[in-house]
Ligand binder design. Structure first.
Ligand code: SF4
Length: 64
């Protein structure tokens, strides 16, 4: 799911420490920088939210 990032979301992401990217997902293989479920990670690996216009959420994200 592609979600637009605006200033309100940037503020709330920082205030509530929102996590949404592969490095914070239980299925992420840090050593290989891949998804253990076999999904492509390119659109989901970037955890920063301050300098982006949109986020591509992964439906299978599970907080580690
Ligand atoms: S399940 Fe989704 S968010 Fe989690 S590591 Fe795989 S691609 Fe990334």
């Amino acid at each position: 799911m592609i979600h637009k990032v605006d200033d309100q979301l940037r503020r709330e992401a920082l205030v509530y420490a929102l996590r949404f990217a592969c490095p914070d997902c239980a299925s992420f293989n840090e050593e290989e920088q891949t998804c253990s479920l076999g999904f492509p990670v390119e659109d989901h690996k970037d955890a920063q939210i301050t300098e982006r216009s949109h986020v591509v959420f992964c439906k299978t994200f599970e907080l580690r």
